[in-house]
Write a protein that binds this ligand. Structure first.
Ligand code: NAD
Ligand code: UFG
Length: 338
């Protein structure tokens, strides 16, 4: 079975490509390299000994998409392509709306033209806003606080409307919590441009000496140690969730929505301590004010994915930190030190 992976050179996609190839799927990938490079594709090919049919193209380019769908007999699409930096989305919202919304509309139009109606979409726990209670189930009310989150919620709404108009679509909306970690080979991992915005890539740079200290954004939240609590999920578990979602789409489920998280919350301090264990040294930190827009606590109720997909996250926080550390140590400059 041939799967098109949009944003196919990115962080979550590279781990998903590897698991798809290992599970016997054929992978066609498209990326414009706005936040990635060809090296992740090469490394997945090397790790699996299999080829990815790769196209350097933009999902906004309808002609390019049409060409790919004409050449390859695609049966399902995993749609990762998108811009994802929350802070940047507040500064340049139109770029986010154009890329994420227009890109998705173009992709859906071409899928419809070619009668390819099986889709897994990368949504985010950000669509739950600041949840009133935890754990968060898929039925919780949806709200967003920044343009990035709005693109996710608008695409979800678009998909629900599309399904309403044509129930022959099969759509899995996958709401990721906080993906971290790397493949245990240390060959593929997260490679953010510039100074990282997210906690674990930032800690990794402090541990490697590229940055001098961790900035903890607030220690006065209503949490056990005062720092923010999130549901960190190993990227390989997340990738395996996509394999289960692709299997589900083959049962013609209609539109389904799943949280992909572990169900366990860890604080910023917990993550720092676990990373210290992984790298074998103390990491300097300072307490800064809260980051605007941050919430105190969120973690998933992953019961629905367990019951309906037969999927559970199996890798714990120790492994998440050890694998991040291995990737960072082997590739101090990510994919760019070549
Ligand atoms: P990533 O930036 O590593 O991957 C996204 C890929 O899409 C990049 O390779 C980028 O070059 C590509 N891309 C962007 N716009 C494109 C376009 N117009 N045409 C072709 N390619 C394009 O990010 P990731 O962390 O792997 O995230 C993948 C998806 O999961 C995104 O949609 C993101 O919003 C979503 N998500 C990520 C997180 C997270 O914390 N990492 C959490 C929830 C949801
Ligand atoms: N944090 C710090 N210092 C940092 C970075 C983060 O203390 O340098 C804290 C934050 O305040 C928060 C926690 O670490 O409490 C996690 O922050 P991240 O930036 O790593 O992740 P977020 O939970 O803010 O957001 C991430 C993605 C979003 C996605 C969301 C899904 O960035 O795109 O997870 O839950 F929508």
């Amino acid at each position: 079975m041939k799967i098109l992976v949009t944003g196919g050179a990115g962080y979550i996609a590279s781990h998903t490509n590897l698991e798809l190839l290992n599970a016997g799927y054929e992978v066609v990938a498209i990326d414009n390299f706005s936040n990635s490079s060809m090296e992740s594709i090469r490394r997945v090919e090397k790790l699996t000994g299999k080829k990815i049919h790769f196209y350097e193209a933009d999902i906004l380019d309808k002609e390019a998409l049409t060409d790919i769908f004409s050449r390859e007999s695609i049966q399902a699409v995993i749609h990762f392509a998108g811009l994802k930096a929350v802070g940047e989305s507040c500064e340049i919202p139109l770029k986010y709306f154009k890329n994420n919304l227009s890109g998705t509309i173009t992709l859906l139009e071409v899928m419809q033209e070619f009668g390819v109606k099986n889709l897994a979409f990368s949504s985010s726990a950000t669509v739950y806003g600041d949840p009133a209670t935890v754990p968060v189930t898929e039925e919780f009310p949806l709200s967003v606080t920044n343009p990035y989150g709005r693109t996710k919620l608008m695409i979800e709404d678009m998909l629900r409307d599309l399904f309403q108009s044509d129930p022959s679509w099969n759509i899995a909306i996958l709401r990721y919590f906080n993906p971290i970690g790397a493949h245990e080979s240390g060959e593929i991992g997260e490679d953010p441009n510039g100074i990282p915005n997210n906690l674990v890539p930032y800690i990794a740079k402090v541990a490697s000496g590229a940055l001098d200290k961790i900035h903890i954004f607030g220690n006065d939240y209503d949490t056990p140690d005062g720092t923010g609590v999130r549901d960190y999920i190993h990227v390989v578990d997340l990738a395996l969730g996509h394999i289960k979602a692709i299997e589900k789409l083959q049962e013609n489920p209609g539109l389904v929505t799943y949280n992909l998280g572990t169900g366990v919350g860890y604080s910023v301090m917990d993550i720092i301590h676990n990373y210290e264990k992984a790298c074998g040294k103390k990491l300097p930190y300072v307490i800064d004010p809260r980051r605007p827009g941050d919430i105190a606590v969120t973690y998933a109720d992953p019961t629905k994915a367990r019951k309906e997909l037969g999927w559970t996250a199996e890798r714990g926080i120790d492994k998440m930190c050890e694998d991040t550390y291995r990737w960072q140590s082997k590739n101090p400059n990510g994919y760019r030190n070549l």
